[in-house]
Design a protein around this ligand. Structure first.
Ligand code: BGC
Ligand code: BGC
Length: 649
C-alpha cells in the first residue's frame, strides 16, 4: 500500500516543462525593463508579482543575483567591516539567527525587531535597486528565541495529540510573535518522520506515521503562513529528504534508502506541506544513497519539483554547500564525508544545478557570491538556472510584502497572552500518553500527601528541550522562560502543604520526604539537546535516575512514573514495575499543569503514542511496528498505544 496519495506524483513530461518555461520567459521578458510613469514596474505594488520579478531581474547584475542566493548568520555581522562585506560587497539577500543568536541588543520581540530593522536599513541603503533582505529563524515550538514568547510542546508530543487544529492554532501564535520580531522566514515544521530513536532530533518530528505527520505539517504551514495572499511568514518544512534514518542513528551520517521508502515514508509530509501552499523547503545535511542531498537533482529537482510539484524556494541547511568541498561546518559525521568537488565554484555549481536556490552559507559571504559568479562565467551554471533561482527568491520577497513594508513595527506588548497559555495547556494536555495504570491507581485522591521527586520534576529547561532560547536549550545560568513544572503543578492542585519533595540525588532526604506520603510521582527523563549532541546509542536512563526509581519502589509506595523526554527510553523493567506510567514528551510551559490535571482527574488521558516503543535497544531501529532489518520483534508499546481515561464533565 502506498502511503502517499497517487495524485501527488504528477509526472509532468520534460517537454511540457520546457514549453512552459519558454513561454514564461517570453511573457516575462516583454515586461522586463518597462518603466511606468511613477517608476519601475518592480516598485509598483499593483503590478502582478511575475511582472515585478521579471522587471527587477532584468535590471540586476550577476553579482546582485548571486547575493540573493546567500543567507548569512547574524553572528557573522560583528563590525562595520562585516556589514560592508556582507551587504555592500556581497549584496547578501537574507540573514538568519542560528540557534541562540539574536539580532538586537535585547531578546524581546521589540529588541529583535529593532535589530532586524537596522540591518534592513543598512541593506536597503547599500542596495542599488533597493532590494530588501528577508530574515529567518528556527521556531518549531513557539518563537522560542524571543523572551516572553510561549514555549509550546515539541513536535513529538504534538504528534500524540491527534489534533492538527491545536497545532495550526499554536503555529499562528508563533507566526504572530515572529513577525512582530521582524522574522518573516521560519525554519519549520520538521517534516522528517521518526525512524530511529537514537537520533538526536527524534523529538523534533511529529512521529513515525507519514500520513499523520503530513496532517500536522500541513497544519503548521497553514498556521504559520496564514492568508496565502498576504503570508505572515514563510514556512520551511525540513529536512528534505531522508534525514531521520542515518546510519546507526548518528546525526548526518549517510543514509541508504530505497526509492519506495523515500516516496512512501519520507516524502508524504513534504507533499502535504506543498499541497498546503508552503513557500520554501530546506534540504537535509547528509548524504542519501551515495550523494550529498544538496547536490542531488534526483531529490531536489525530480522528486521535489517535478513529482511533488513544489514551486517555491529551496534553502540549504547550515553550511551544506561548503561541506561539498571542505570539512567546515557542523556535525562530525558529515564533516568526515569525502569531498564531493574540489572548490567553492564547483560546490556552488553542483548545488544550483541540482535545484538549490538559497545557500545557508553561513559565514563566508563574499567567497560564496564570488563562487556563484565564477560558476556562471565559466559556464558551469547557465544564466537560465541562475535566473530561475533568483526569480523564486524575489517572488518570495514580493509575496511577503517586503518591498512595501521592509520594517517591522515595534510592538512593546509582552509576547505572551493568556490565550497563548491556554493553547499551550491544551496542546500539552492532549499530548500526555498514559501507558500503564495498574489497579487504576490514577486518578490519585486529592487527600495527599504526595511525594514529587526526580530530576525532571522541577526543571523547566529539561521540560522545554533543545531549540529553546539557545540551540542546545536554555543555556546554563540563563533564567528559563516562565512555565509550570510538575512539582509546581501538583502544588497548585493539592496545596503546597500536601506535597513533599527532596533533592533527588540525596537518598536519605528522599526517604525522609516519603514518610507518610500516600503516593509517589517520580519524574525522570532527559536534559535538553539538539542535533548530534543528542545522539544516544543506548537511549538508557542514567544510572542515578534508575537508582532513584528503585529506591522509591523499595518503599512500597504506589508510584506514578512520569517520563519527560524527547525519545522513548529503554526502561522496560521500570515501566513494568511501576503502578502507572505516563509519557509526557517535552511538554512546554504548561506541562506541569497538564500532568497535575491528569494525575488528579481534572483531565482525562487521551494522547496516543506517535511511535513504536521498542522493548530493547537491540530492536532499534524500529518503526511502524517493525524492526527495520526485518527481524521479528514485539514492541513494548505499539504505535497509537495510550489508555483513555474519562474526561470529567
Ligand atoms: C539545522 C536546521 C536549522 C539550521 C538553522 C541546522 O544545523 O539542521 O534544522 O534550521 O541549522 O539553525
Ligand atoms: C545549528 C545552528 C547553531 C550552530 C552553532 C548549527 O548546526 O543549527 O543553529 O547556531 O550550529 O555552531
Amino acid at each position: 500500500m502506498s502511503l502517499m496519495s497517487p495524485r501527488r506524483l504528477v509526472n509532468r513530461s520534460p517537454r511540457a516543462r520546457v514549453v512552459a518555461a519558454v513561454l514564461l520567459v517570453v511573457l516575462l521578458t516583454t515586461a522586463a525593463g518597462e518603466q511606468r510613469k511613477d517608476g519601475p514596474v518592480y516598485k509598483d505594488p499593483s503590478a502582478p508579482v511575475p511582472a515585478r520579478v521579471a522587471d527587477l531581474l532584468g535590471r540586476m547584475t550577476v553579482g546582485e543575483k548571486a547575493g540573493q542566493l546567500a543567507m548569512i548568520h547574524v553572528g557573522r555581522l560583528r563590525s562595520a567591516a562585516d556589514l560592508n562585506e556582507v551587504f555592500t560587497q556581497a549584496q547578501v539577500g537574507s540573514i538568519l539567527s542560528g540557534g541562540g543568536e539574536t539580532p538586537g541588543s535585547d531578546d524581546t520581540p521589540a529588541g529583535w525587531a529593532r535589530g532586524i530593522n537596522s540591518l534592513q536599513r543598512f541593506a536597503l541603503e547599500h542596495s542599488r535597486l533597493g532590494i530588501p533582505i528577508v530574515y529567518g529563524s528556527d521556531a518549531t515550538h513557539g518563537f522560542t528565541g524571543a523572551r516572553g514568547a510561549e514555549i509550546f510542546p515539541q513536535q513529538l508530543g504534538l504528534g500524540a495529540t491527534g489534533d492538527p487544529a491545536v497545532v495550526q492554532a499554536l503555529s499562528k501564535v508563533t507566526a504572530r510573535v515572529a513577525s512582530s520580531a521582524g522574522v518573516r522566514w521560519i525554519f519549520g515544521p520538521v517534516g522528517d518522520v521518526a525512524r530511529d530513536l537514537r537520533w538526536g532530533r527524534y523529538y523534533e518530528t511529529f512521529g513515525e506515521n507519514p500520513a499523520a505527520a503530513g496532517r500536522f505539517v500541513a497544519a503548521v504551514v497553514r498556521g504559520l503562513q496564514g492568508d496565502p495572499d498576504t503570508p505572515a511568514v514563510a514556512a520551511t518544512p525540513k529536512h528534505f529528504l531522508g534525514y531521520s534514518q542515518p546510519r546507526n542513528g548518528v546525526d548526518t551520517a549517510p543514509a541508504q534508502l530505497s526509492e519506495a521508502e523515500l516516496e512512501n515514508v519520507f516524502a508524504p509530509p513534504f507533499g502535504a506541506a506543498i499541497d498546503a501552499g508552503v513557500l520554501t523547503v530546506m534540504n537535509q545535511h547528509g548524504w542519501v544513497n551515495g550523494k550529498p542531498t544538496v547536490a542531488s537533482p534526483a531529490l531536489l529537482q525530480t522528486l521535489l519539483r517535478d513529482r511533488l510539484g513544489f514551486r517555491g524556494v529551496t534553502l540549504s541547511d547550515w553550511g551544506d554547500v561548503e561541506n561539498l568541498f571542505c570539512s567546515c561546518q557542523g556535525a562530525p559525521a558529515v564533516t568526515r564525508m569525502p569531498h564531493y568537488v574540489q572548490d567553492y565554484e564547483h560546490a556552488a555549481a553542483a548545488a544550483l544545478d541540482s535545484g538549490l536556490d538559497v545557500s545557508m552559507v553561513p559565514d563566508r559571504a563574499l567567497q560564496f557570491t564570488q563562487a556563484v559568479q565564477a560558476a556562471v562565467r565559466d559556464g558551469l551554471v547557465t544564466t537560465a538556472t541562475l535566473d530561475a533561482a533568483v526569480s523564486r527568491v524575489l517572488t518570495l520577497k514580493f509575496r511577503l510584502g517586503l518591498f512595501e513594508r521592509p520594517y517591522a513595527g515595534i510592538d512593546p506588548r509582552p509576547a505572551r497572552t493568556p490565550a497563548d497559555r491556554k493553547l499551550a495547556l491544551r496542546a500539552a494536555q492532549e499530548s500526555l500518553t498514559l501507558l500503564r495504570n495498574a489497579r487504576r491507581l490514577l486518578p490519585l485522591a486529592k487527600s495527599g500527601p504526595v511525594l514529587v521527586v526526580g530530576p525532571n520534576a522541577d526543571d523547566l529547561s529539561r521540560q522545554y528541550g533543545g531549540w529553546t532560547v539557545g540551540w542546545q536549550g536554555v543555556p546554563q545560568g540563563v533564567q528559563p522562560p516562565p512555565g509550570v513544572t510538575v512539582l509546581a503543578g501538583v502544588r497548585a492542585a493539592l496545596g503546597t502543604g500536601k506535597v513533599r519533595t527532596a533533592d533527588w540525588t540525596d537518598a536519605a532526604a528522599v526517604r525522609k520526604a516519603a514518610r507518610g506520603a500516600r503516593a509517589a510521582v517520580v519524574v525522570i527523563g532527559e536534559g535538553p539537546y539538539a542535533e548530534w549532541m543528542g545522539d544516544s546509542p543506548t537511549a538508557a536512563l542514567p544510572a542515578d535516575q534508575t537508582r532513584l526509581v528503585r529506591a522509591i519502589e523499595a518503599m512500597g509506595l504506589p508510584t506514578v512514573l512520569v517520563l519527560i523526554s524527547g525519545r522513548p527510553l529503554m526502561i522496560t523493567d521500570l515501566i513494568r514495575r511501576a503502578d502507572a506510567f505516563l509519557m509526557a514528551y517535552l511538554p512546554g510551559s504548561e506541562g506541569g499543569t497538564a500532568v497535575a490535571n491528569l494525575l488528579f482527574g481534572r483531565a482525562g488521558a487521551r494522547g496516543k503514542l506517535p511511535f513504536t516503543w521498542p522493548a530493547t535497544i537491540r530492536d532499534v531501529p524500529m518503526a511502524l511496528g517493525k524492526r527495520l532489518d526485518g527481524r521479528p520483534a514485539t514492541p513494548l508499546f505499539r504505535l497509537g498505544a495510550g489508555l483513555t481515561t474519562r474526561t470529567p464533565t
